[in-house]
Ligand binder design. Structure first.
Ligand code: F6R
Length: 655
């Protein structure tokens, strides 16, 4: 049960908290607690009222409840449910309609009586909405109130759809969705223009009246807002912070979602490390020194004993004896992450006195040239996140391959494809039957403003992206025969939320690894992309590596994770920093420009409406500034990577 997993409280956190290695494990515990309550009420012959949420967060909780029903006889005959919210004005059979979502994930698989299920109706006429909301509240009251409410959290900090600004006293009502929330949902609706603007949601007061509340948060993209909700002040700007007022609330996070909390980011502030089962190992030391340098706004080598003492790092000073020695350790560590030779140097051209091939470490560190495999989840992540490094690797003479893991077809708007089709139609390039099909498609677009969804359409869109990728790689000096379009099938899964890796996906990855036997593998460690594609691509690599672990190349290979499109690395996570010159930044920009259809991604209003080239330039310049502020050399921009040995990566993201 959750109580057993609750962490000892500290002065930063204002709610009870449990953190699990994976969301799957956490979901099983939450589902277990719900099941326990359902059974206890059955023994007493009483009903139980569950408050339910939709979205990605509770999917594994529902999967576990269904399993408990099927395999362990858990009955839902005494269960009454109230969902938090519903979008307004979408088709009832749309996969994102919450009635539909709940049937697919839970209701259709358990023995809950239909009459016990309640969700707001998003299609009531506008004039009747207020009365409908009052009725919903009345039904909750009549059922005896909610016994157990589960919640997710939006990146705006919302619970239900109580967006920033919602009042503490709010109750069930019609709301306008925040642009950030709409942007997060847009991929599930096929673009912003099809994403609902309004929803009906339980209010903050309605939610807080539940007798037990569990808020779950999974994934890197939730870490920052969870920190605000848990450690920040109570404010209507982050409505999840209102939960701090409750006695009976629990926050349940997976490790990556918890990473921004003080207990993990700067644990020395939360108490003696020993008491937290931690030690001043190399990583912790580096993290503390970087933190101190930023906090005191001083380069590392100028930090004094007083800086350490006054900032709560007396203990680190004790370990090192003096600021001087601690500073040197931190400084050299960061210095040694920097190299302009990401694949190592050509021994034939290395003179005595040249810098060593740091930070490469694997047995193949001195092999030259290397076989390098860059894995790019979508056809543009390679150039967006490591375009400068890619150019260098090619220029240094390595055998560089890029594999695009999914086709990226869903991110091509109908409008972009239509323009490509117009070209084919008007140029009359294909055979007459094909031309007719293209004509029909163009006519369909002109009539409806959208193309009819079909596998054929996906193929066309994939082709558009393939040619953009070929053009971009060519800017980096890479010929088309070094590019591999894997088109992994998981990408076409039934609904975006339910994508899962299958045997074919892993097989495709494994086969490529076996063919190339790479010395260096670069893969996207940027798991903040909206639909979780990067995470699945990384898991495919992990599972394929597990199959390859007896192959001769396996232990010689080194794995580097890159970030850039959606997030960057924290300074203390960086093992390899490749500096770029102003010319290299421009060349990378030119490569990113080749992905013309992806400009649409910047059209959403919201927190990040910069095009990808801007995001990556801003990030890599800021990183260079951060290095400089630490007292290291001043570069135009830096691309950064985190190292894994192939062996240690086999456990990545597992329970
Ligand atoms: C869903 C709901 C929302 C979601 C939140 C997180 O019923 O009310 O508050 O819980 O938007 O969404 P996911 O889980 O998709 O990240």
């Amino acid at each position: 049960m959750l109580a057993q997993h609750t962490l000892a409280s500290n002065r930063f956190e204002h709610v009870p908290l449990a953190v699990f290695a994976s969301s799957r494990e956490a979901s099983c515990i939450v589902a277990g607690e719900m099941a326990e309550l359902v059974r206890a009420r059955q023994r007493e012959g009483r009903p139980v009222v569950l408050g339910l949420a939709t979205g990605s967060t509770p999917v594994s909780v529902y999967a576990e409840l269904v399993r408990l029903h099927r395999e362990e006889g858990l009955s839902f005959a005494n269960v009454i449910t109230f969902n938090l919210d519903e979008y307004c004005g979408i088709r009832p059979d749309h996969p994102e309609d919450f009635h539909h979502f709940m049937r697919v994930h839970l209701f259709d698989h358990v023995d809950i009586p239909a009459a016990a299920i309640h969700l707001p109706d998003g299609n009531v006429p506008k004039a009747a909405v207020d009365a409908h909301c009052r009725e919903y509240e009345e039904m909750i009251r009549a059922a005896g109130g909610i016994d157990f409410q589960i919640l997710g959290i939006g990146r705006t900090g919302h619970i239900g759809f109580n967006e920033p600004g919602s009042a503490r006293r709010s109750r069930t009502r019609l709301v306008t969705l925040d642009p950030v929330t709409r942007r997060d949902a847009a991929g599930f609706f096929g673009g912003e223009e099809h994403t609902p603007r309004y929803a009906i949601t339980m209010g903050i007061s309605t939610i807080l009246e539940a007798r037990r509340i569990v808020l779950m948060g999974w994934g890197q993209h939730k870490a920052a807002i969870l920190r605000e909700a848990i450690e920040g002040e109570i404010t209507s700007q982050v409505t999840a912070s209102f939960l701090q007022e409750c006695e009976h609330v629990h926050f349940v996070l997976d490790q990556v979602a918890a990473d921004a909390l003080t207990r993990y980011r700067s644990p020395w502030l939360a108490g003696a490390l020993e008491d937290q089962g931690l030690a001043w190992d190399e990583h912790m030391t580096r993290r503390a020194i970087l933190w101190l340098s930023r906090k005191r706004k001083k380069p590392i080598l100028k930090l004094t004993d007083d800086d350490y003492n006054e900032s709560g790092l007396q203990d680190l000073l004790r370990v090192y004896g003096s600021a001087y020695d601690a500073n040197l350790a931190g400084f050299y560590h960061m210095q040694h992450t920097i190299t302009g030779w990401p694949g190592g140097r050509d021994p034939a051209r290395t003179k005595p006195g040249d810098a060593p091939v740091r930070p490469l470490r694997a047995p193949s560190a001195n092999v030259f040239p290397k076989r390098v495999l860059v894995l790019s989840p979508h056809p543009d992540d390679d150039v967006i996140s490591m375009g400068g490094t890619l150019c260098r690797l090619v220029e240094h003479g390595h055998e560089v391959h890029v594999a695009y893991q999914v086709s990226g077809a869903t991110a091509v708007s109908d409008e972009s494809l239509w323009r490509a089709l117009l070209f084919v139609r008007d140029a009359g390039l294909a055979d007459p039957a094909e031309i007719k099909r293209v004509r029909d498609l163009c006519a369909a677009y002109e009539e409806n403003g959208a193309l009819p969804a079909s596998p054929e359409l996906m193929r066309w869109k994939a082709l558009v992206r393939r040619h953009e990728a070929i053009a971009a790689a060519s800017v980096c000096g890479l010929p088309a025969d070094r590019l591999h379009f894997l088109d992994m099938p998981f990408y076409y899964g039934a609904s975006v939320r339910r994508r899962q890796l299958g045997e074919t996906d892993v097989k495709i990855m494994h086969q490529l690894l076996g063919e190339l036997r790479p010395h260096l593998i670069f893969a996207a460690g940027d798991l903040d992309d909206p639909h979780g594609t990067h995470r699945l691509c990384l898991h495919a690599l992990r599972d394929a590596l597990a199959r390859a672990k007896k192959e001769s190349w396996f232990n010689e290979a080194e794995l580097w994770l890159y970030r850039g499109a959606w997030a960057g690395w924290e300074l203390d996570e960086i093992d390899l920093a490749v500096p770029l010159s102003p010319q290299e930044v421009l060349r990378r920009r030119r490569a990113i420009f080749r992905h013309e259809t992806q400009k649409d991604q910047a059209l959403f209003p919201g927190e990040d409406s910069r095009e990808f080239w801007r995001r990556t330039e801003d990030r890599s310049r800021q990183l260079a500034e951060s290095y400089n502020a630490l007292g290291l050399a001043e570069y135009e921009a830096i691309e950064a990577f985190k190292r894994y040995s192939t062996g240690e990566f086999l456990n990545y993201g597992r329970i």
